[in-house]
Design a protein around this ligand. Structure first.
Ligand SMILES: Cc1cc2nc3c(=O)[nH]c(=O)nc-3n(C[C@H](O)[C@H](O)[C@H](O)COP(=O)(O)O)c2cc1C
Length: 188
């Protein structure tokens, strides 16, 4: 019996919006013949059973969250053996030249090069100043490396169409077949 490909979507998220992107990608990939899990990187106990990885992190202070680095370090031996896709969520990408800036400065190339990363995506994230504490506000205003004041990005910029398109592209590249589980639909 051929078993469905197992995909792990693992995310590092400080305020939940990258976690939501992870769960959305799970939903997109679940339309295919695959078993998908979406988990916070710190809740992952083993990765050897997965056939592909989709890893995503929020950006703070110009880099992935520390939890993503820890996850990669911990599971590197198993991660390198399988195809891997990575995304980041940030606000800098909204500024002119933001995509190039994020690819150049927010992606830790030495780490990418040691994994079997097929593609890196940069998505616009969500910033909600009411939900971040004063420490973080201070850090953000002091360290944000764009030309706008970060406070101007107090919004949800996530583009679900773009994210869905990326999930579908991953499915195509992994050779996953779309499936439909009949749900006893009454159509007459
Ligand atoms: C303390 C803090 C620092 C941030 N630093 C950056 C940054 O350096 N560059 C950037 O583009 N976005 C930065 N952001 C924006 C986040 O990357 C963005 O809001 C992301 O979508 C948050 O994801 P999360 O809700 O999963 O934590 C920062 C946000 C916070 C709260």
């Amino acid at each position: 019996m051929i078993t469905a490909m197992k995909v792990l979507v693992a995310y590092a998220s400080a305020h939940g919006s990258t976690a939501e992107v992870g769960h959305f990608l799970k939903r997109v990939l679940s339309a295919y013949d695959t078993q998908v899990s979406a988990l916070n990187v710190s809740a992952v106990e083993a990765v050897w059973e997965y056939d592909a990885f989709v890893l995503g992190s929020a950006i703070q202070d110009g880099m992935w969250l520390h939890a993503m680095f820890q996850f990669i370090e911990r599971f590197r031996t198993d991660l390198v053996r399988k195809p891997c896709y990575m995304w980041i969520n940030c606000v800098r990408v909204i500024e002119p030249d933001g995509y190039e800036h994020a690819m150049k400065h927010y992606i830790h190339q030495p780490t990418i090069e040691t994994l079997n990363v097929r593609e890196v995506a940069v998505f616009a994230g969500k910033l909600s100043l009411e939900t971040i504490d004063w420490n973080e506000r201070w850090l953000l205003s002091l360290r944000y490396d764009g030309s706008e004041r970060p406070g101007t990005f107090n919004k949800d910029f996530r583009n679900w169409e773009v994210i869905a398109a990326w999930g579908n592209k991953i499915a195509r590249e992994l050779g996953l077949a779309p499936t439909f589980e009949g749900e006893n639909i009454v159509y007459k």
